[in-house]
Design a protein around this ligand. Sequence first.
Ligand code: GLA
Length: 753
Amino acid sequence: MGISYDSERQIFLINTEHTSYIMGLSNDYLGHIYYGKRVNVPCGRSMLRDSEMAYFSGNIGEKCTFADSYPFEYGTGGTGDFRESCIELTNVDGYTGCEFKYVSHRIYKGKDALAGLPHTFGSEDDTETLEIRLHDEVLGVKLYLSYSVFAGIDAICRSIRIVNDSEAAVEIRKLMSASFEMDAADCGRPMELISLHGSWARERSLDRRPMGHGGIVINSNRGISSHQDHPFIAVVSPDATETAGDVWAMNFVYSGNFEAVTDRTQHDRLRVMMGINHDTFDWTLRPGEEFTAPEVVTVYSAEGLGAMSRTFHDLYRGHLIRSKYLHMKRPILINNWEATYFNFDTEKLLSIARAAKESGIEMLVMDDGWFGHRSSDNSSLGDWQVNTEKLPGGLEYLVSEVNKIGLKFGIWFEPEMVSPDSELYRAHSDWAIAIPGREASQCRTQFVLDLTREEVRDYVYESIAAVLRSANIEYVKWDMNRPLTDIGSTKLKNQGELLHRYMLGVYEIQERMITEFPNLLLENCSSGGARLDPGMLYYSPQIWCSDDTDAMERLSIQEGTTLMYPLSAMGAHVSDCPNHIVGRTTDFATRGIVALSGTFGYELDITKISEADRGLIPKQVALYHRVNDLVREGDYYRLASGRDNGEFYCWSVVAKDKSEVLVSYVQQRGGANLRTRAVKLQGLDTEAEYILDRSMCDGFIDEKTGDAADKNSAAEESATEIYRGDELMYVGFITDKLWGDGKGRLYHFVRKG
Ligand code: GLA
């Protein structure tokens, strides 16, 4: 890792362990030269392409010709660059157009915080930052482009700060956080775009398309990062697979509206950018003020999508997620949502807790319905006082009884909302986001609170904190169950600021909460996974992945989620069957195998499931304790995808020191007279011998021996098969033939010696 500036040739070189990012100056315009495999000596200035003819005019030096073809690092509109621009500013007289020229730069150890925003962080020992200062003389506005790199991680974290040094206000109508340019085709073969699309209960499905000429926009305008599109894109070479090919990826450290834009130009160049969605954004920057746009993480991988994912995982585990639980086994929880929905009371919860304790479960989470007079989703959001008819003796009694049983206690909130039928709304109807004179849209019979207002944020924080102070609550599920519409705040002069100020408000409240309650385990949620993004991971180490808890559906949802996010961040539970969302029945073992690749827990009425299934829970619990350190901390590999083969998924987690690997294999559909399936592993020590420990193959492990077992000796005792690392990687091993749909296997290979 290292950052340098060659002042003679005016070239910036940002190196990570395996990648280089190169920029140069031409006539003080900052241009993009290269992003790709590491080069140790910066390439020549010719790649700046500052002498190309772009227009019908043959005058190469003419400004319009230059502006239309120069690979601006941060393209500005209105002065001759007709490609998608990164920034749009309007001055007090209504003039648009801007032009930024290089002024200076600084290279420093460490990385500055982004005030009020989630951001990656690093120490002076492992992080280095380049900040380039640009200036528009006419507007009197400065731009600071920031690039940070981290030891051993092939990612660059970028952000933009804009400062108004003029005497008059400037309107920011667009401000992308990062952009770069590249050739749109690799020796004539057009690049392809990978993005993630979805819907409620169908989050993060992979979409791949060739990139023709013109623009492609992936965005959210719902006020949240959304189920529908995800703040992630990857431009890939046409030959890119899990293990090979070029990948240039971007992921936004932000939880509100975003846009990712690619623009393939007349000259087959590609401009790629990401930032706040400018359709729903407008910001007034007064004299002397500054504005910081959220951070974008860029990753280049020369070894396909798998390496890209592992880079994101390492970055987020090492430099984004702050919770003390990041490197700890999370308590195995049982959540009562699918068990009872709104229909519960203290006795019901305690009966679940008692049965859960007998099975080795460690925490009870009380979901929606414990407050106000909420017995359906039609009321009481905002009234965060316990319903003592349902819970006589209040939380204090319930939590102490749960603790006496030997379980921790967690609770659900939806702090950003207000129900029209609530004391809060009756007292402060103007606290809901709405456009004056227009009837605001209800969604799940609720409105969104105007968190741009300090008094609303204070109310929200104090009402949650009062609950948390009142009893021994060790976990919070923070939910958010509707998009933002009717964008209006009575207190704002510029309504275009609302959506971003709203996000800043959410971040501020979560920051206050984790500061006052540092031991709290926070899980974010948004109707399942509508706000599963790096922004929220800054505050919570785990996020509920999807309301679709069906194990078969979860295979593709979790696969899409792992493109960027580590398994330790994915909320996943074993739920009841037939599954409440899709009606499918899947083996209890398979449900466990899928949930074990996330945070793990249960979401069912343990007092009502069959004795046989209940008897299996202690074995799954033991298995979780055996494998979770590896699952949480290891390197993740997607080995086979049902999306491609229509039959089965296979993935693995390899210990950082390559001493063990857990392979999860799930057959979606059985079939007649099928060939045996060989699976090739990745990331092993090619010289070592690995023993296949079959003790957990069936998806369970004996609860008495599981936890305490010494991994090597347990493996050796039951050893029947020994493989060399290179054999497992290049030849593969044959998976068991499974009979039926939705069957799974776990294979644990332990390095010998
Ligand atoms: C959302 C969450 C669910 C559950 C319900 C409660 O849909 O994703 O897990 O908490 O809200 O209303």
